[in-house]
Design a protein around this ligand. Structure first.
Ligand code: DX5
Ligand code: ZN
Length: 221
């Protein structure tokens, strides 16, 4: 079976030592660093903005995978690209013209990603799959870490996997929300290739590296 990428979400990291937490994740075998941006409008809470991306850029060589839970999103793309984002994932609900937004991300030299809330029908993605290199299936309601994985999103992961397999090029099927050693297996079996994990990585009392190993082990079943 193909390799599963682990993308720790810094939302659950200790912000007082964020650089060290990211170094620990890199040393522990993380593949991408997932950066959750929340605006208090598209989702109820505020997390942080592009200064965090800029601060982390020199800290790690891993791709910085930026998940924008913000609306409007278009006016902010340039700032996140300039700060050092490697991928930018936008919500299909947060832009009047997803095709234009995904193209704008590509034009900035950044890998475009597309996602949706659990309550948004999957078909909302279909017209734009070709323009996205990352397709993220949210497995919790976006807005905070530490929520329970929604098993009813498993058929959606399978549906997206099937559609992505029919397209050309390198595309990543990502899952985000409630991923843990208990839930990563079913998600990967359904087709997930990149697994975001916040609390399961930074909230594990055994440490970041052990947590990443446990996730990887559980993913392989
Ligand atoms: C939720 C965020 C997630 C979150 C995941 O809105 O998009 O990336 O950090 O946290 P866990 O892994 O704790 O569910
Ligand atoms: Zn996220």
């Amino acid at each position: 079976m193909s390799q599963v990428l682990i993308a720790p979400s810094i939302l659950s990291a200790d912000f007082a030592s964020l650089g060290d937490q990211v170094r620990e994740a890199e040393a522990g075998g993380a593949d991408w660093i997932h950066v959750d941006v929340m605006d208090g409008h598209f989702v109820p809470r505020i997390s942080f903005g592009e200064p965090i991306v800029r601060a982390l850029r020199p800290v790690t060589e891993l791709p910085l995978d930026v998940h924008l839970m913000i609306e409007p999103v278009d006016p902010h793309l340039r700032a996140f690209a300039a700060a050092g984002a490697d991928s930018i994932t936008i919500h299909v609900e947060a832009t009047p013209d997803p095709a234009r937004t995904l193209q704008a991300i590509r034009d900035l030299g950044v890998r475009p990603g597309l996602t949706l809330r659990p309550g948004t029908p999957a078909w909302a993605l279909w017209p734009y799959l070709d323009l996205a290199e990352v397709v993220l299936v949210m497995t919790v309601e976006p807005g905070r870490g530490g929520q329970a994985f929604m098993p009813d999103m498993l058929p959606r992961i399978e549906q997206v996997a099937e559609r992505l397999n029919a397209l050309d090029g390198q595309r990543w099927l990502q899952v985000d929300g409630g991923l843990s050693p208990a839930t990563i297996g079913p998600a990967v079996d359904a087709g997930a290739q990149v697994v975001v994990a916040g609390s399961a990585v930074f909230g594990d009392s055994g440490g970041v590296a052990t947590a990443i190993d446990r996730l990887r082990g559980a993913a392989l079943g």
